[in-house]
Design a protein around this ligand. Structure first.
Ligand SMILES: *[C@@H]1O[C@H](CO)[C@@H](O)[C@H](O)[C@H]1NC(C)=O
Ligand SMILES: *[C@@H]1O[C@H](CO)[C@@H](O)[C@H](O)[C@H]1NC(C)=O
Ligand SMILES: *[C@@H]1O[C@H](CO)[C@@H](O)[C@H](O)[C@H]1NC(C)=O
Length: 508
């Protein structure tokens, strides 16, 4: 399935463009990649139009039943999350509609619990990125009378951050994550390192745009406990931490971790803060290097039947590895490649490429050509029904769904930029075709139940806002020629992506 689809695409491109005589090779390649950015744009508009028709103003569309749902406080998460992608695609009508809506949202009011982390990465991130892009390289995208609309992005970001700020009001300054806006209360006693350590880029950017240091200080105070973890159980390997912190004391309470959900983007932001400002965030870089070196040394794992494949293990503590990986972890390839480029350290780039190949392998092995949510390669627990699959592929599936996650394609993007190897574009195109073939509905794209079936199993009726923010953005960027904004090969970056793929201008 996988091979035939790839071949078919290659043949189609050959027939329509590459085969055309008298057109120089560079121009032919450009036509082929333009056809691909057009296809990704078509997918974006398909989802956006379905959302607009059936669920505008809701957080997301249920793309099977064609209803709106609110999983992110009802502030229109898909609108805010889709904006930076719409700007990069230069969809000016879409962006204007988004801005008009965002201006009307009351970010202080919601009946449901607010996640400080999710709200920061999706809403604050989306608002600030829209501002950076529309005031910067895309300042001519909208009519000149749109400046008030654009600056309302920052006004709304300030209102939202001020509404969230009581979450940091704990004895240590490590915030609570689950906030009740109605009575400004929370019941959390602990917080994870991802939910604590994936605020600092957004809140620091907000401080720099507004000139109000408070936002940077709150997030950096919280981060300080993660940069200097105590007690020692919180750092089972140099630079690799436990998962949870007591918000009263800022002390770690466990030693388990890895690069999976709950811890992942804490490590991601260590290097990204340094990209944001090399002068100010040297300690963040040092901590990323410590984590990266320990990961290479202690967590690298090759499945028994497939020594050619590289995965990264999780750990219960310094003694006990757990041979599991998840789709979420697959951003790690891209993060190592980013680190390798900005630090001019080839070993990190090479390691990132190996991990990217490992994640590609999970896509390449399934009948749907999409990788599973989680898998294992622990030889002691292979389920009988998957023993042949394990012997052939070196892993077995432990959670079979696909939730429109971006991480594998995110790593392809970094791999392509760093190497220029067209192979990574082919992998991204294969993933796109597979998702388009299995997850597409009449009004959008949905999570699917089982990547182990050629048709993806059943459709879950859920289209997460990160489909717009991340999957479609990284797909668009990997095929785009001469884009204005993105990751670039080498050490000098002008943009840094938050964990939701919203690009921020680096500090200058
Ligand atoms: C900007 O100008 C156009 C027409 O030139 C008008 O339709 C639109 O409403 C104006 N937008 C704002 C925000 O004033
Ligand atoms: C705040 O409101 C929530 C939800 O209504 C309730 O469960 C909680 O007990 C309230 N907390 C305080 C401190 O009043
Ligand atoms: C995606 O799927 C739609 C609907 O089946 C189809 O029209 C479109 O051509 C597909 N896109 C690509 C690039 O294959």
């Amino acid at each position: 399935m996988h091979i035939s689809r790839t071949l078919l695409t290659a043949l189609l491109i050959a027939a329509t463009t590459l085969g055309a005589p008298n057109i120089p090779l560079e121009a032919r390649k450009r036509q082929a990649t333009n056809a691909r950015t057009d296809a990704v744009k078509e997918a974006f508009l398909h989802s956006w139009n379905g959302y607009t028709k059936f669920a505008f103003g809701f957080d997301e569309l249920s793309p099977v039943s064609n209803k709106g749902t609110n999983s992110r406080n009802g502030w229109g998460a898909s609108i805010v999350d889709a904006m930076s992608t719409a700007v990069l695609m230069e969809l000016d009508d879409v962006v204007l509609k988004q801005l008009e809506h965002i201006k009307t949202v009351d970010f202080t009011n919601t009946a449901t619990t607010v996640s400080l982390f999710e709200t920061t990465i999706r809403y604050l991130g989306g608002l600030l990125s829209g501002y950076d892009l529309l005031m910067g390289p895309y300042k001519d995208l909208l009519p000149s009378n749109s400046t008030t609309l654009i600056s309302s992005l920052v006004d709304q970001a300030v209102i939202l951050a001020d509404a969230l700020a009581f979450g940091f009001d704990t004895a240590s300054g490590v915030p609570a994550n689950n906030l009740n806006f109605a009575n400004k209360s929370f019941t959390d006693t602990t917080n994870g390192i991802a939910t604590t350590g994936t605020l600092v880029l957004e809140w620091t950017r907000l401080a720099d745009i507004t000139g109000n240091r408070k936002y940077a200080e709150l997030s950096q105070k919280a981060e300080s406990y993660l940069l200097r973890p105590t007690p020692s159980l919180g750092e089972p390997f140099p630079g690799l931490l436990g998962t949870n912190v007591d918000i009263k004391t800022g002390q770690f309470i466990d030693s388990r971790g890895g690069w999976g959900g709950g811890t992942d983007s804490f490590y991601e932001y260590l290097i990204k803060m340094w990209v944001y400002d090399e002068e100010k965030y040297g300690l963040y870089k040092e901590r990323w290097i410590a984590a990266a070196d320990s990961t290479i040394k202690h967590l690298t794992s090759h499945p028994q039947p497939r020594q050619d494949i590289t995965f990264v293990a999780e750990y219960q503590n310094a003694q006990t590895l757990s041979l599991n990986q998840g789709h979420l972890t697959c951003f790690i390839g891209g993060n190592f490649i980013l680190g390798g480029q900005v630090l001019s350290r080839k070993e990190y780039t090479d390691y990132g490429l190996a991990l990217t190949s490992g994640c590609h392998h999970t896509y390449d092995s399934t009948p749907s050509s999409i990788g599973p949510e989680r898998w294992s390669w622990d030889p002691r627990n292979v389920p009988a029904a998957q023993s042949d699959f394990y012997a052939r592929n070196g892993f077995y599936t432990t959670a079979s769904y696909y939730d429109l996650r971006p991480e594998v394609i995110e790593s392809y993007y970094h791999a392509f930029v760093a190497t220029g190897d067209e192979k990574y574009r082919e992998w991204a195109w294969d993933a796109f075709l597979a998702i388009n073939a299995t997850a597409r509905t009449a009004s959008g794209f949905t999570a699917v139940s089982d990547v182990g079936q050629e048709n993806g199993g059943s459709k879950f009726d859920n289209q997460e806002s990160f489909w717009f923010a991340e999957v479609l953005k990284y797909l668009y960027l990997i095929f785009q020629e001469d884009g204005k904004v993105g990751f670039v090969k080498g050490a000098e970056q002008k943009w840094v992506f938050n964990t939701e793929a919203h690009p921020f201008k680096v500090r200058n």
